[in-house]
Design a protein around this ligand. Structure first.
Ligand SMILES: Nc1ncnc2c1ncn2[C@@H]1O[C@H](COP(=O)(O)OP(=O)(O)O)[C@@H](O)[C@H]1O
Ligand SMILES: Cc1ncc(C[n+]2csc(CCOP(=O)(O)OP(=O)(O)O)c2C)c(N)n1
Ligand SMILES: [Mg+2]
Ligand SMILES: [Mg+2]
Ligand SMILES: [Mg+2]
Length: 355
């Protein structure tokens, strides 16, 4: 890491990685908070020490963001990158019905990410940590030749034996989603288009801010996962990172059942619908295949459907029943407005597409 910052003459002169780590992290979380989160030893030694709880199981997940794959400097601000790297991990803990507790942060930074930019990334990361009550307990730092890589490992807890898996969907149950999908993909489309156009002309087209915000600052709902676990009514659960269709397929395959999604029941954001219309893009493609929505898709027994909706409503959270589980070959089908059924392809975001 040393050398990058020196050569560029950036704001942070001649610091080794230990000084940088201190610069990014020191004073961000109070001793009081870290104590209350059970952190015996946080950043600074060979490993963190965290006190355990015998009535809980641990949840571990890791997700990585790579510059030019998950973000570009014209789609996301530095703080957005930090926020989203942690939020994507929170989403996986929420998708098990758990509580996010601690996180480790691995950074590989190229020369273009100077001290100021890295500080802003950490501003966003700690903003997300504060929002969800997560203690940052360590990580790793290296240089990188060109693109920034941020990898966050999250640790959560869940009551013993209660984590909600993808394999619990049963024929006859209802399929739900905890929010509208497609907004993030539309926001990204707008941001990329704006960049292309700005090369030719200075005319900027307004992208609804809600779409941009959905892309930059996803808001996974830990509370939604907790309600599904606490009531015992969530029979399967998955978070939507690659796209609604793809995540529904994961539940279908894990549960060995068919998921029927009703087109008319899918929640449509007004902002999204009007933007898709204006852009001449098929709304449904964004909703089914866009990805990075970080809402939850899952299943609930029909007898609990109304009560579950009521619980969500009481806490000011959305919940939409979007289809049913049927017995049969694992697959996902869409029932159109006219009542005809068509199979939904497994497609979603794929890091290694064929061809
Ligand atoms: N390189 C890897 N080595 C081992 N397990 C992995 C690797 N990549 C992904 N996994 C595991 O495969 C499963 C699916 O991963 P992924 O599709 O990234 O899940 P998600 O969409 O929830 O982030 C997870 O259990 C994850 O831990
Ligand atoms: C510049 C840019 N191009 C494309 C995308 C779209 N995109 C990148 S990764 C991804 C899917 C989610 O990421 P992934 O690493 O697959 O997360 P995981 O499934 O492991 O949670 C999407 C929709 C983006 N966010 N930014
Ligand atoms: Mg992943
Ligand atoms: Mg997931
Ligand atoms: Mg993925």
């Amino acid at each position: 890491m040393k050398g990058h910052y020196d050569e560029k003459g950036d704001a942070v002169p001649s610091q080794d990685e230990f000084a940088l780590i201190r610069d990014w992290n020191d004073g961000r979380q109070s001793e009081e908070f870290l104590d209350s989160a059970g952190i015996v030893l946080g950043i600074g030694d060979d490993a963190a020490v965290v006190s355990g709880a015998s009535d809980r199981e641990w949840l571990f997940a890791v997700d990585t963001m790579v510059e030019d794959v998950h973000f570009r400097d014209d789609t996301m601000g530095e703080a957005d990158v930090g926020y989203k790297a942690l939020a994507a991990n929170v989403s996986d803990i929420a998708a098990m019905g758990g509580v996010p507790r601690q996180a480790l942060v691995s950074i590989s930074a190229p020369p273009s990410w100077n001290g100021e930019r890295m500080k802003r990334l950490y501003d966003g990361l700690y903003e997300c940590a504060e929002r969800y009550g997560i203690a940052i307990i360590g990580g790793d730092t290296t240089s990188a030749p060109r693109q920034l890589v941020v990898s966050v490992t999250i640790i959560g807890t869940v009551e013993v034996g209660r984590a909600i898996r993808r394999n619990g969907a049963k024929p006859g149950q209802s399929v739900f989603v905890t929010g509208p999908t497609g907004l993030s993909a539309a926001g990204l489309h707008g941001l990329l288009k704006q960049r292309d156009r700005s090369k030719e002309t200075s005319v900027e087209e307004a992208i609804p801010q809600r779409l941009v915000l959905s892309h930059r600052r996803p808001a996974p709902s830990v509370r939604a996962g907790r309600i599904l676990l606490e009531t015992g009514w969530g029979s399967s659960l998955n978070d939507v990172s690659d796209g609604l269709a793809s995540e529904a397929w994961e539940i279908a395959e894990a549960s060995q059942a068919r998921l029927v999604l009703r087109e008319r029941a899918l929640p449509v954001s007004g902002d999204l619908a009007s933007y898709a219309g204006a852009q001449g893009v098929r709304l449904l493609d964004w909703m089914l295949y866009g990805g990075e929505d970080y809402v939850l898709i899952g299943t609930v027994d029909r007898i609990h459907e109304l009560a579950l909706k009521e619980r969500f409503r009481a806490e000011g959270l959305p919940l939409f029943i979007i289809g049913e589980v049927e017995s049969g070959t694992p697959e996902v089908v869409l029932e159109t407005a006219s009542g005809t059924r068509k199979p939904l392809r497994k497609g979603g975001y794929n890091h290694f597409p064929k061809g």
